[in-house]
Design a protein around this ligand. Structure first.
Ligand SMILES: *[C@@H]1O[C@H](CO)[C@@H](O)[C@H](O)[C@H]1NC(C)=O
Ligand SMILES: *[C@@H]1O[C@H](CO)[C@@H](O)[C@H](O)[C@H]1NC(C)=O
Ligand SMILES: *[C@@H]1O[C@H](CO)[C@@H](O)[C@H](O)[C@H]1NC(C)=O
Ligand SMILES: *[C@@H]1O[C@H](CO)[C@@H](O)[C@H](O)[C@H]1NC(C)=O
Ligand SMILES: *[C@@H]1O[C@H](CO)[C@@H](O)[C@H](O)[C@H]1NC(C)=O
Length: 413
């Protein structure tokens, strides 16, 4: 019934994907492997190419249902631009979607993938449609925010369990019912239960046995024993004489009984729970019919994310294998190139900064501006080797033995 749909974009993508015209100014996607990759051809994916734009692109396949079947949604995304704020997720739509008019309000079944905006706000969205409403995953799943390609996998099983994997490693799993607000909770606090009035929740108490010692001095000041009532004190006029106070040298501070563990401690009172009369299990959660369109409906501030290796299947193991044979084969080489690329960028910037500073200093000395032109020529003559991505011969040789592993699955609907 379900089947397999796998896209890895070697060519002709424009024929299979539809750009929405709902808004006149959606951002453009381009097909590219980006600035660093393991294989310039095979790592080509759909890249967002314009900053601060909405994107709306989708592709249609033969409708299928996941009822009584496992559904696996998998894709890879590389935020090589160093994403600051933007979506990196896919959406699955019903067959009724008009692709030419797809937009952020178009009804969808599933939204899955990383969503990043600002510091600390980086999570994997798993939004599932159920009875006319969208339900967000309650359990927060952090996504990866570095610049490397990552593989995202969502599995929804017919026994109403799910799993989310990043880079083929489980990051969340459980029952759909527990981690989304599809249904009212199974249990609620018993509305008739009350904490007994005498319930003792005090962990520690003052020791009732502890008594203040007889000789405990708790007066901080005492009347000065040396002071004498002035001879001319007239009690009738001046009131009763009270001598000056002096600090009490024996003062020991306020007496307090010692603290002991409460022998009657009963623990924190736990409100008993009862079955929720409003709860009714529903075996049809996440049963989707006519799943037929996969879309990229995104907002991105800084563009440059590359989406690739979209896979829909009912076979978890196959999905893992596809992940291993795409992302898995390339990740280490890609990372090496990324590091090299960053190193070169850094050196280029340092060099530029150094040249700029030098020039400024020369300008300061050279108040007549005589040497300026000459210097500019100098700096232009130094392109060096930086900034140029290696042509790929080396890495192609490296990858040779694994080439074309998945050719026959490509583009099957
Ligand atoms: C799914 O399985 C249930 C129980 O085996 C069966 O009654 C139902 O017809 C199946 N539905 C589909 C769409 O295959
Ligand atoms: C659901 O199905 C999966 C895969 O078949 C299995 O590993 C898991 O134990 C099942 N869980 C429940 C709660 O039935
Ligand atoms: C999910 O989160 C909401 C809001 O924090 C909470 O009210 C609800 O009980 C949670 N649901 C589950 C199933 O944990
Ligand atoms: C699926 O699409 C077909 C063809 O458009 C339609 O006849 C059928 O009712 C749809 N099924 C559901 C459950 O929406
Ligand atoms: C995927 O690769 C991992 C790590 O090498 C391996 O443990 C796993 O068995 C592989 N899975 C499949 C389905 O080939």
């Amino acid at each position: 019934m379900c089947c397999c749909f796998f896209l890895c974009f070697l060519d002709g993508w424009k024929k299979r994907w539809v750009e929405s015209k709902h808004q006149p100014d959606y951002g453009k996607f381009q097909l590219t492997a980006g600035r660093f990759y393991a294989d310039k051809e095979k790592d080509k994916g759909l890249q967002t190419s314009e900053d601060a734009k909405f994107y709306a692109l989708s592709t249609r396949f033969k409708p299928f249902s996941n009822v009584n079947e496992t559904l696996v949604v998998q894709f890879s995304v590389k935020h090589e631009q160093g994403i600051d704020c933007g979506g990196g997720y896919v959406k699955l739509f019903p067959a009724t979607l008009n692709q030419e008019d797809m937009h952020s309000e178009s009804e969808y079944y599933i939204m899955f993938g990383p969503d990043i905006c600002g510091f600390g706000n980086n999570k994997v969205q798993v939004i599932l449609h159920y009875q006319g409403k969208y339900h967000e995953n309650n359990k927060t799943i952090k996504c990866r925010i570095n610049k490397d390609t990552h593989l995202y996998t969502l599995i929804i099983r017919p026994n109403a369990t799910y799993e989310v994997k990043i880079d083929n490693q489980q990051v969340a799993a459980g029952e759909l019912e527990d981690d989304w607000d599809f249904l009212p909770p199974r249990k609620i606090k018993d509305p008739y239960a009350r904490k007994p009035r005498k319930w003792d929740e005090r962990l520690q108490i003052e020791d009732p046995e502890d008594k203040k010692p007889e000789d405990w001095e708790d007066s901080e000041y005492i009347p000065d024993p040396e002071a004498k009532k002035p001879a001319d004190w007239n009690e009738a006029m001046d009131g009763e004489w009270a001598g000056p106070l002096i600090p009490n040298v024996k003062y020991k501070g306020q007496w307090k009984p010692r603290i002991i563990d409460n022998p009657n401690y009963q623990g924190e009172w736990i409100h008993p729970e009862i079955d929720n009369p409003k709860y009714k299990p529903d075996p049809t959660i996440c049963h989707y019919y006519n799943i037929s369109v996969l879309g990229l409906d995104l907002w991105q501030v800084k563009s440059g994310s590359i989406f690739d290796n979209f896979l829909l299947t009912n076979d978890e193991e196959f999905a893992e294998e596809v992940g291993n044979n795409t992302w898995g084969l390339r990740k280490d080489i890609e990372k090496q190139w990324r590091e090299l690329h960053e190193e070169m960028e850094k050196r280029k910037q340092e060099e530029e900064a150094r040249q700029k500073k030098e020039k400024e200093e020369e300008k300061k000395d050279d108040i007549w501006g005589l040497e300026e032109e000459e210097n500019e020529e100098d700096s232009e003559e130094e392109p060096g080797n930086d900034g140029q991505m290696p042509g790929g011969e080396a890495e192609r040789a490296f990858l040779h033995k694994n080439e074309e592993v998945l050719v026959d699955q490509k583009d099957e609907l």
